[in-house]
Design a protein around this ligand. Structure first.
Ligand code: HEM
Length: 198
């Protein structure tokens, strides 16, 4: 899947991604910390078929949320005049859509881990704007990155419920998405944490 898509700046599974400083062994222990197991992998994969036809509708909700909160939208605005950068928003949106599918595929190998680190760098001043050559603000503040886990997962629930699955299955998919986002945003936090403290 990752190799077959052609999205500008989406370099998952290529040699252009640097190795994550976190090992797969570390990551397996992180999974234990958040009570993430095989049941969650199955629930995420079940969500793939449900979500794949709804990606644009989901992105409309998430972008609507960011767009209606000026303190969040700021990360997508021009550094010089403060106006939203349409090209930047739509370039990122394509990779965000692919991220929904990648998250639902739940393939936790070295390539996946490495790309997680890359996504963290892209939110941090280390690499923000570089992928799309955007003239935007320098850095996504950590306080927003972490807090967004709730709206991202909570607003997914109605989409998970659209294909007639039982309340129990929907709850399991929701929990798996929440745990996956907690794990991913924790990995993305690496450049935000003081050296030696991660
Ligand atoms: C749970 C929280 C979040 C998730 C799941 C998420 C997801 C993503 C994804 C998948 C990408 C594209 C990664 C790629 O290049 O392949 C991205 C990029 C980006 N996100 Fe987030 N994000 C989160 C929080 C935030 C917050 C709070 C902001 C700021 C309001 C933000 C602003 C951005 C920006 C500006 C980019 C583009 C970075 C660049 O220049 O490459 N994100 N995000």
């Amino acid at each position: 899947m990752q190799n077959s898509v052609n999205i500008p700046g989406y370099i998952y599974s290529t040699n252009n991604v640097k190795q994550s400083p976190i090992t797969l062994d570390d990551f397996n222990l992180m999974k234990k910390s958040v009570l993430f197991g095989d049941e969650d992998v199955n629930a995420l994969r079940l969500s793939h078929d449900i979500l794949k036809e709804q990606v644009e509708a989901i992105l409309d909700v998430w972008y609507g949320f960011v767009g209606s909160n000026p303190h969040l939208l700021e990360s997508f605005t021009s550094k010089s005049d403060g106006k939203p950068l349409g090209d930047y928003l739509s370039a990122v949106r394509k990779r965000f859509g692919q991220w929904i599918l990648d998250t639902a595929e739940a393939q936790y190998d070295q390539k996946w881990l490495d790309y997680q680190h890359e996504i963290g760098l892209r939110h941090h001043r280390t690499k923000k704007n570089c992928t799309d050559g955007a003239a935007s603000t320098e850095h996504v503040p950590f306080r927003n990155l972490f807090a967004l886990i709730f709206p991202i997962t909570f607003t997914l629930k109605p989409f998970l419920a659209k294909k007639g699955h039982s309340a129990n299955e929907i709850e399991k998919m929701y929990a798996a998405w929440l745990k996956s986002c907690l794990l991913q945003v924790t990995l993305w936090s690496y450049p935000y944490v003081k050296d030696g403290d991660f």
